[in-house]
Design a protein around this ligand. Sequence first.
Ligand SMILES: Nc1nc2c(c(=O)[nH]1)N=C([C@H](O)[C@H](O)COP(=O)(O)OP(=O)(O)OP(=O)(O)O)CN2
Ligand SMILES: [Zn+2]
Length: 121
Amino acid sequence: MFELKILTHFAAAHQLRMVAKKCENLHGHNWKVEVCVAGDTLNSWGVLMDFGELKVHVAEVIDTLDHKFLNELPFFKGNPSSENIAVYIAQALAAKLEGTDVRVSRVTTWESEDACATYRP
Ligand SMILES: Nc1nc2c(c(=O)[nH]1)N=C([C@H](O)[C@H](O)COP(=O)(O)OP(=O)(O)OP(=O)(O)O)CN2
Ligand SMILES: [Zn+2]
């Protein structure tokens, strides 16, 4: 099994619904995002997939989050937590990889230097 990882960032605002916590107030983060994809077979060039192609797909997904108020996006009507952001990115990227032999293996969303959430589909 081969796994590729790329890193990216986005900035956004959110309000979490966590009773009586300071994060209920409107605030923002510069999220760092780690995206991993995996597969068993290399192509004729000896790569799982081109990092450049992966970065384009991920950038398109991140663009839908960057400089947004996440609570206004239908996907996050539950709660725009780092966990749910990881799920959103994983699902949106999986849709772009459909029909290929490459799958999303892990998405990690760092909302600060010492706190992150990881989703493994
Ligand atoms: N499991 C999760 N817990 C929390 C999330 C989350 O997405 N998943 N998010 C938050 C808030 O986004 C909040 O902004 C961050 O809270 P917190 O870490 O408490 O705040 P600080 O960055 O200021 O860290 P301190 O250690 O308090 O200085 C909260 N929880
Ligand atoms: Zn927050």
